[in-house]
Ligand binder design. Structure first.
Ligand code: ASP
Length: 354
């Protein structure tokens, strides 16, 4: 015999469901924008070395990090599915525009971007300069693919969502979560090909930690970023070409001349030591600067400050000094700066401030 459900239990059940839905509505809304990378990487067969970056969808990444639904209401969008060695302007422009659009709505409290680690620092710094919101934007990757014996992606993603959902992370600019640490986009650098602890901030240290969903802040960025950045993508269809030229013993001017011939509007020198190069290379850079190509001196060393006029007479040659920005980050700033001006003194001001 069929029995009618017991009315008080039905009412109680419905009340629990309504309360749970209301509680989920009260949680911060974090949008995960996925671009690929090892965090979404899959091995050809379990236990085999090698993997294809960007194989897994955003939904499977979210499903692999249980407990995130207790700290945020999460929705996901697939922006790209690439290894970040293939990161390009098309994805950068799409990502930045979508992030700005989402952040401008009151329904979104923060954004997480999943990304390969190879060029993560470049995308993070790019977004740091063109995002126009003080809401948290957090980049996250992993060093081991999702299918490895011990993947690091799920906890990294969990911690990134925790930072994006945390009001204390507002106003920090774009940040990066990796291996329980929290970094500022401007300061982070990949330093090891395979270690989990690959990211460091060599000059200024990390911002804090993101440990099992708890955010600990012990530093704040002091350079201009996001809402105080004058740099913007409004009306921008394409970014100017800027090449990086690597300096070494016996270098001549060939690579500099090739960059100029390819149409570079700017050249970043990955210099030896304090942004130095051989005399033939400096002569080629000076000739490029005379033609209106903006030359920025950075260093291949990996830490420290490239200051003006120490061993190279920047004032006479018309060069810009990158200060703490490594060559790949100097390239990002120079490309955005060139949208505004090609005047070396004005671009030096931007390197001083950003
Ligand atoms: N090649 C990969 C990428 O950058 C490496 C990684 O994600 O760790 O997409």
């Amino acid at each position: 015999m069929n029995r009618l459900p017991n009315t008080p239990f039905v009412i109680l059940g419905l009340a629990i469901l309504v309360a749970a839905a209301a509680a989920a509505e009260d949680l911060p809304h974090v949008v995960v924008l996925a671009t690929g990378g090892t965090i979404a990487g899959a091995q050809p067969a379990e236990g085999d070395p090698g993997y294809k970056a960007g194989s897994l969808s955003i939904d499977s990444l979210i499903a692999a990090a249980p407990g995130m639904d207790k700290i945020a209401r999460i929705t996901g969008e697939q922006i790209a599915s690439i290894g970040s060695q293939d990161m390009n302007d098309e994805v950068w422009l799409k990502l930045a525009r979508r992030a700005n659009q989402l952040l401008a709505t009151p329904e979104v409290d923060g954004i997480v971007v999943t990304h390969g680690t190879d060029t993560l620092e470049e995308t993070a710094y790019f977004l740091n300069l063109v995002i126009k919101s003080d809401k948290p934007v957090v980049l996250v990757g992993s060093m081991r693919p999702a299918t490895s014996t011990s993947p690091d992606g799920p906890l990294n993603l969990y911690n990134a969502v925790a930072v994006a959902a945390d009001p204390a992370a507002r106003g920090l600019g774009v940040t990066v979560v990796s291996n329980d640490d929290l970094f500022a986009a401007r300061e982070i650098q990949k330093t090891n090909t395979t270690d989990l602890q690959t990211f460091i901030s060599p000059n200024r240290g990390q911002l804090g930690e993101a440990y099992y969903g708890k955010v600990w802040l012990f530093n704040r960025p002091i350079n201009r970023h996001t809402t105080s950045s004058e740099l913007s993508l409004d009306g921008v269809e394409a970014l100017p070409r800027v090449d990086i030229v690597y300096s070494h013993a016996n270098a001549d001017g060939t690579m500099v001349e090739a960059a100029v011939a390819a149409g570079a509007k700017g050249i970043v020198l990955a210099g030896v030591g304090d942004g130095n190069a051989t005399k033939p290379m400096v002569d080629a850079l000076a000739a490029a600067a005379k033609k209106g190509v903006v030359v920025v001196r950075s260093s291949r060393v990996g830490s420290g400050i490239v200051r003006r006029n120490i061993e190279v007479d920047d004032d006479t040659l018309g060069f810009v000094a990158s200060l703490e920005l490594n060559p790949q980050k100097a390239r990002v700033l120079l490309r955005l700066a060139l949208l505004e001006t090609a005047e070396p003194a004005e671009i030096q001001r931007m390197f001083d401030e950003y």
